[in-house]
Design a protein around this ligand. Structure first.
Ligand code: COA
Length: 325
């Protein structure tokens, strides 16, 4: 098997910033409540003209430039998203055309906030076994399009963005372990009830506001802490490493209190945790992706470092990976 690593990274965050102070004017909330309960200070919102594929396109171009590859060098594009431009075709197909990546096979992965790690693990298998040489993996979301801006329980949490990685063969290190999982028995804790084949869009579904994210945050919080802790332990065991070997953990950015609780259970100190939730909120699949990209760009990940990705989301699904840089 070939060793597979990340050979280029890029991100795109829409320009418009929505602060907690802005939200105070929209729903019954306060900067103090949002900051202390979630760690979020502001988030980015895509414009009406920008769809998820537009966010993905900008991140993809940056990642290809960083990898010094052209779009035609790509053999595979996987976009992790729960907010595609439309039910079909896939965002990856739209992106292929926009990039001119005419040699790439394309599909989307729907694994919510764990989507980026699912996509990373999936794409890396094709390179490891020699089927493909270069793959583009993206976490991209326009969550503002499915956020109920009248529901204070959820609207303060989410944002829009995209993070991209180019995968290719490396001489040493790379993605040394990945662990994916699902427990489909808790579907009601986090979902978007209408717009699919179960509840197709109708006047009634629109009036009942069923095209927006529904979440039981309190219950999810406890499961997220337990599951992210277990996923980190399992992937590390698979990699044959100890927590003291980890230089940086890049967790899904749903809530800073969840992240700190996981870190405490794993015995990781604050300097080993990467956070960007304060600036962007929860961007589902784009959260882990942009956090990884920013950790690289900010020099928090250096050659030889061992990095742990750890994510959790609707499904309920989880995904963790260990990458040696
Ligand atoms: N502003 C002010 N008050 C708010 C509020 C807001 N934006 N949102 C909720 N509240 C209120 C609630 O109505 C509730 O009031 P009540 O006690 O009078 O009923 C109170 O705050 C506490 O609500 P609760 O839901 O228990 O708060 P919490 O401490 O659990 O924090 C979340 C809520 C959503 C921030 C937190 O549960 C969370 O992050 N959950 C996990 C999210 C997650 O992991 N998602 C999956 C991965 S994407």
């Amino acid at each position: 098997m070939r060793k597979v690593g990340i050979i280029g990274v890029g991100e795109y965050l829409p320009k418009r910033v929505l602060t907690n102070a802005d939200l105070e004017k929209m729903v019954d909330t306060s900067d103090e409540w949002i900051t202390t309960r979630t760690g979020i200070k502001e988030r980015r919102l895509a414009s009406a003209e920008e769809a998820t594929s537009d966010l993905a396109l900008n991140a993809a171009k940056a990642a290809l430039k960083d990898a010094r590859l052209s779009a035609e060098d790509l053999d595979l594009i996987i976009v992790a998203t729960i907010t595609p431009d439309m039910p079909f075709p896939s965002v990856a197909s739209i992106l292929q055309n926009a990039l001119g990546a005419k040699n790439a096979a394309c599909c989307d992965i729907s694994a919510a906030c764990a989507g980026f790690v699912y996509a990373l693990a999936t794409a890396s298998q094709f390179i490891a076994c020699g089927t493909y040489k270069n793959a583009l993996v993206i976490g991209a979301e326009k969550l503002s399009s499915v956020t109920d801006w009248k529901d204070r329980n959820t609207c303060v949490l989410f944002g829009d963005g995209a993070g991209a990685c180019v995968l290719g063969e490396v001489k040493s290190g790379g993605i040394i372990a990945s662990y994916l999982g699902c427990d489909g028995s808790n579907l009601g804790l986090l979902n978007l009830p209408a717009g699919g084949s179960r509840n197709p869009a109708s006047l009634q579904t629109v009036e009942a506001r069923l095209h927006y994210i529904k979440m039981q945050g309190n219950e999810l919080f406890k499961i997220a802490v337990r599951t992210m802790t277990e996923a980190a332990e399992k992937v590390l065991k698979q990699a044959g490493l100890k927590f003291s070997d980890i230089d940086l953990i890049i967790p899904h950015q749903a809530n800073s209190r969840i992240i700190m609780a996981v870190a405490k259970r794993l015995g990781l100190t604050e300097d080993k945790i990467f956070l960007n939730i304060e600036k962007y909120g929860n961007m589902s699949s784009a959260s882990t992706a942009t956090a990884l990209v920013e950790a690289v760009k900010e020099g928090r990940i250096k050659k030889g470092d061992t990095v742990l990705l750890d994510s959790f989301g609707a499904g309920l699904v989880w995904g963790a990976a260990v990458i040696q840089w």
